[in-house]
Write a protein of this length. Sequence first.
Length: 177
Amino acid sequence: MNDTTHSVTGTAPAAAADTAASQRPRFLLLPMRSSCASERIYKWTLPAHEGQLPDGRRYNACPTAGVCVDLCYAKAGHFQRGTVLAAHQRNLQYVMDDLPGWEVQMTQELQHRRYRATDGSTVHVRVHDAGDYWSLPYLQAWLRIFRSAPHVTFYSYTKQVALLEKWVRPDPPAELH
Ligand code: SF4
């Protein structure tokens, strides 16, 4: 993958895009279970690696994945259950079809009080329980989002090493760990 291409092919039918828009959740981030009751962690998830959206478009949400594909926890079990996979594919479809709209919604959502701890702790957001920074525009949207929410600590694991070396390392957002 180069820096300006992404890993999704095909064109969304307008009706399918309208349907996806009507199914968008109020909150894009889901709470994660934590062993520490006072710790608040939320997550954003895409489907892992390759697949096909309900409208027929094929995708690769982990374009630089290697041997990890064979061991990927998100390629089996709970992640592949119908409703779970469908929700993750809707997330991917949203960023594919309306990245500016998704960025606005995510930016606004992070200002909600549930992302502001009142006890001196910090709310954490895990970016990509599965999936990765699959395109440069998508990564750049996240970089703007990180900087818009200094009250949140973001963290993520990635195989997009070259992309982050070029676009993040020179000026890393303080919010990303
Ligand atoms: S990058 Fe992560 S989510 Fe993607 S295939 Fe590898 S282990 Fe799975």
